[in-house]
Write a protein that binds this ligand. Structure first.
Ligand code: B12
Length: 217
């Protein structure tokens, strides 16, 4: 059994302690980014495939997600608090319920020293806009898992880019890796397709040279 299969089985069995031990052991020889991109994401995608094929039940998939969330929270790296940190607000739009990817994004911003407001999934636009107006984040990061979420992501992105303090809006998630997002590009918003590209954006303010990885509207 490879690592991805092994971890997904621990998730499906609800083996919290074993899953945590497995992940901590993996982290002895891998980065947190490798953990997220090469182990946890594929493990959850595998569970999605088994679910689609009716090989696991909704209850097992929920259990697996809960264990996954526990493991991510337990292993997160936080930079020390200091004054004058850049601020990132992170959430998914109304209707979107998937949030494991968002948690990874929030973790990466924390690891990179940002102050983070992580609001989870299914956040109404007005409420998010009013929080952003008060807190004035430098970055607003949005996520969508299903392709039909692209129009609502576009609406959200347009609204945030119009805020007076002008945050950068990042859009990511499975939806943008699947779809032809060209028609959804928004001026001032950046589409980021994976965590490596996000790290690069955070550190340099730019995407990688690979145009298919990241595109600006
Ligand atoms: C767990 C799960 C659920 C849980 C979510 C709980 C939770 N807490 O998140 C629940 C049960 C709620 C759920 C519901 C549904 N789901 Co679901 N779900 C999944 C599953 C198995 C795992 C999701 C996950 O955690 N993935 C792992 C994370 C790490 O991956 P990720 O989200 O892609 O994030 C990565 C990148 O995209 C990126 N990223 C994500 N966001 C952002 C944001 C930024 C700014 C950046 C830079 C990067 C970034 O970072 C991550 C690391 O690379 C997936 C399978 C899959 N392939 O994802 C199906 C899956 C996404 N779901 C699916 C479906 C169909 C549904 C439902 C419609 C089912 C239904 N009939 O009710 C509903 C829709 C709910 C809704 N309105 O949103 C399908 C989608 C198929 C499609 N048409 O696209 C999938 C693919 C399963 C399948 N194979 O059929 N689901």
């Amino acid at each position: 059994m490879n690592d991805v299969t092994q971890l997904s089985e621990l998730f499906l069995l609800g083996e919290e302690e074993e899953a945590l031990k497995f992940v901590r052991n993996y982290l002895n020889s891998h980065s947190y980014e490798e953990l997220n991109e090469q182990l946890v994401r594929p493990a959850m995608y595998r569970i999605g495939e088994l679910w689609e094929q009716n090989k696991v039940s909704v209850a097992e998939e929920h259990l697996a997600t809960a264990v996954c969330e526990f493991v991510l929270s337990a292993t997160e790296i936080r930079a020390e608090d200091n004054d004058g940190r850049l601020k990132a607000m992170i959430f998914a739009p109304q209707g979107e319920e998937h949030y494991i990817g968002l948690k990874m994004v929030a973790a990466m911003f924390r690891e990179e020293g940002y102050a983070v407001r992580y609001m989870g999934p299914n956040v109404p636009l007005d409420a998010a806009l009013s929080l952003a107006d008060d807190w004035q984040p430098n970055v607003v990061a949005l996520s969508g898992a299903l392709a039909h979420r692209l129009p609502v992501l576009k609406t959200y992105a347009q609204s945030f880019t119009k805020l007076k303090h002008g945050p950068t809006v990042l859009i990511g998630g499975r939806a943008v890796t699947l779809a032809n997002y060209g028609e959804y590009s928004v001026k001032g918003a950046v589409i980021v397709r994976h965590l490596g590209a996000l790290r690069e954006w955070i550190r340099t303010g730019k995407g990688s040279n690979d145009d298919s990885t990241l595109s600006t509207g």
